[in-house]
Design a protein around this ligand. Structure first.
Ligand code: DGL
Length: 269
């Protein structure tokens, strides 16, 4: 048993897609979430900046004596994970491995689409790992830089969201993929609209969901489960506007988080 918290972070709202799944699959865990809303997006920044932000985020979460840190951000997992994973004395889990594991099992025709931020797509992280599992798999990638600002502004299933989805996904839809990796944790917030555009035969792989599956297995194997939750079971921190995060976070999590969100000066960490 280990009743310490799980620390989860992302550049903004996207990591809540992981939090929502962890809440469901591991209800006896206490979670601390950090959304770097003052510095979102990460995906269009240089590798040095993404690494610097990732280190700030991990140092902040570590002040809470967490038992594990989940990088619920495809960009930070792709770009910074190789550097940070052995830098800290706490286990760090990213989203790429679990997502790829699910995708290679889901595909039937060996044709996998990957969408993500420019940083993630440029890193080649998902493709590399897919090829490691099975060199015969074919991958088709597309960076979708405007999806993160859309989501951060609450455009989950609006006409403008649908227009952008068509713009970014038309080519991938035409190449007969049967599996699409939503390689950024913000994208599952667009899942309904993306699913309707791609058609029901295409399986969408959600990194938030897959990292929760992975975490549960890791906790089962390592005896890491908690059995008693803190008074404040879920705590949220952001680096900018608390109200905006409370509003959109409550809609997405389908539970009010008003009063549970605080602001932190992340540059200090
Ligand atoms: N949710 C982050 C990801 O998974 C978004 C990165 C960004 O802020 O651009 O990549």
């Amino acid at each position: 048993m280990d009743n310490r918290r799980i620390g989860v972070f992302d550049s903004g709202l996207g990591g809540l897609t992981a939090v929502k799944q962890i809440m469901k699959s591991l209800p006896n865990e206490s979670i601390i979430y950090f959304g770097d809303t003052g510095r979102v997006p990460y995906g269009t920044r240089s590798n040095e900046t993404i690494l610097k932000y990732t280190r700030n985020d991990i140092r902040f979460l570590k002040t809470f004596d967490v038992k594990m840190i989940v990088i619920a951000c495809g960009t930070a997992s792709s770009v910074a994970m190789p550097a940070v994973k052995n830098e800290f004395d706490v286990p760090i889990v990213g989203v790429v491995d679990a997502t790829v594991y699910a995708a290679v099992r889901a595909t039937r025709n060996g044709r996998i689409g990957i969408i993500g931020t420019p940083g993630t797509i440029k890193s080649g992280s998902y493709e590399r790992l897919i090829r490691k599992y099975d060199p015969s798999m074919q991958t088709f990638t597309r960076a979708c830089p405007l999806f993160v600002p859309l989501v951060e502004n609450g455009h989950f299933d609006t006409p403008v969201a649908r227009l952008m989805i068509e713009e970014y996904l038309a080519e991938i839809r035409d190449v007969d993929v049967d599996t699409l990796i939503l390689g950024c944790t913000h994208y599952p917030l667009l899942k309904k609209a993306i699913g309707e555009y791609m058609g029901e035969d295409v399986r969408l792989i959600d990194p938030g969901k897959e990292v929760a599956v992975y975490l549960k297995k890791k906790f089962d194997d390592g005896g890491l489960h908690g059995d008693k939750v803190d008074k404040d079971q879920y705590m949220y921190f952001v680096s900018d506007n608390v109200e905006g995060f409370e509003e959109l976070g409550s809609i997405f999590l389908e539970t009010k988080i008003n009063g549970q969100v605080s602001k932190v000066d992340i540059e200090k960490y």
